[in-house]
Design a protein around this ligand. Structure first.
Ligand SMILES: NC(=O)c1ccc[n+]([C@@H]2O[C@H](COP(=O)([O-])OP(=O)(O)OC[C@H]3O[C@@H](n4cnc5c(N)ncnc54)[C@H](OP(=O)(O)O)[C@@H]3O)[C@@H](O)[C@H]2O)c1
Length: 317
């Protein structure tokens, strides 16, 4: 399915402000284009404002009614995420949809501003903090508007590669032996565990907000171009018939974000616009709870040390 040819029965239309991460290229930029076409107001959270301005210009040229706001964020940096959220909350915009889309693949071991392995910091921890800081706003928007809030975490089929004994929080933060593909796969497993843990908590709170994870398919975007090497090149040559276009790659995100059919669905994993099975480890509640507890403790320590005033939900630690 191509993103733009989604069913017309959409849940969200011109109702509120929506929110998108990492929309400057690939799947994120296409998702922004489709959502704008559907009348969704968009906040693009981006690290490269110049690139984002060009994407915005393209979308507005195609659809002059599109409402797009750009705000700066570096998802790999906890301080940047915290700054971004404070700024976003100051605008007091309603928030119905949060798409945790930004992603990197780092072939070499690199560290974030806070000295955390870059792939894990960007693909998981940054989004984790962002979601924590915005969740009350989403719950509140859903309550006031009577419209279900939706969070979508971009995962990958590759989440099934990590083995349980290799999935240790300390090693995720500071790997001893680095392998870029393994780090990427672990970060994508973490995004499903995050969706499952938060989904349970939202249900316990009776909150009208859902969270799901999606695999967009294999799409030749910037992230794939970063996977260099003979093995990966050969795999892509073999798999090239299975490659999706960028538009097809954005379809599952748009479907889960917008369709009536996914109303009430939470804690699920989707691919090809259908719910599908994820790995046993991704379904492991204790692994999800452990990841959640460690991440909260790390974030709490960080916010405390940086003297950033913790938000109410982060005080619950
Ligand atoms: N393509 C695939 O085959 C595939 C398969 C499975 C899952 N995914 C997932 O789909 C999502 C979108 O990826 P894509 O394929 O569209 O790749 P992409 O074209 O490389 O897009 C990644 C986006 O993330 C943004 N980003 C990266 N690091 C960031 C940071 N520190 N702060 C803010 N934004 C940052 C990039 O912004 P810049 O423009 O500033 O770099 C870019 O807009 C990712 O989560 C990826 O893991 C992709």
């Amino acid at each position: 399915m191509v993103a733009i040819s989604l069913p017309k029965t959409l849940y969200f239309l011109n109702v509120s402000c929506h929110y998108l991460i990492g929309g400057t290229s690939g799947i994120g930029a296409e998702t922004a284009r489709v959502l704008a076409k559907r009348g969704v107001r968009i906040v693009m959270a981006v690290r490269d404002m110049k690139k984002a301005e060009m994407v915005k210009e393209r979308i507005v040229r195609e659809n002059p009614k599109a409402e797009i706001k750009l705000l700066e964020i570096d998802l790999s940096s906890l301080s940047s995420v915290a700054r971004f959220c404070s700024q976003f909350l100051l605008h007091d915009l309603p928030l119905n949809i949060l798409i945790n889309n930004a992603g990197v693949f780092s072939p070499n071991l690199e560290f974030s501003e806070e000295k955390i392995e870059l792939t894990f910091a960007t693909n998981f921890l940054g989004h984790y903090l962002l979601t924590e800081m915005l969740i009350e706003k989403m719950i509140d928007t859903a309550k006031k508007s009577g419209i279900e809030g939706r969070i979508i975490n971009l995962s990958s089929v590759i989440h099934s590669w990590p083995k349980p004994d290799c999935f240790s929080f300390t090693k995720l933060l500071h790997p001893i032996k680095y392998n870029g593909t393994k780090a990427y796969a672990q970060s994508k497993l973490a995004t499903i565990l995050h969706a499952k843990a938060l989904s349970r908590q939202l249900k316990d709170r009776n909150a009208n907000v859902t969270i799901n994870a999606v695999h967009p398919g294999i799409v030749k975007t910037g992230i794939i171009r970063a996977h260099k090497g003979l093995l990966i090149d050969s795999l892509f040559l073999i798999a090239s018939k299975l490659l999706k276009s960028i538009s097809q790659g954005a379809a599952t995100t748009c479907y889960v974000a917008l369709s009536n059919e996914t109303k009430g669905w939470s804690g699920k994993y989707f691919a090809d616009c259908n719910e599908t099975n994820c790995s046993d480890l991704a379904n492991d509640e204790s692994a999800a709870d452990k990841l959640w507890t460690h991440s909260r403790a790390l974030i709490h320590d960080y916010l405390h040390q940086s003297q950033i005033h913790p938000l109410p939900n982060l005080c619950l630690l």
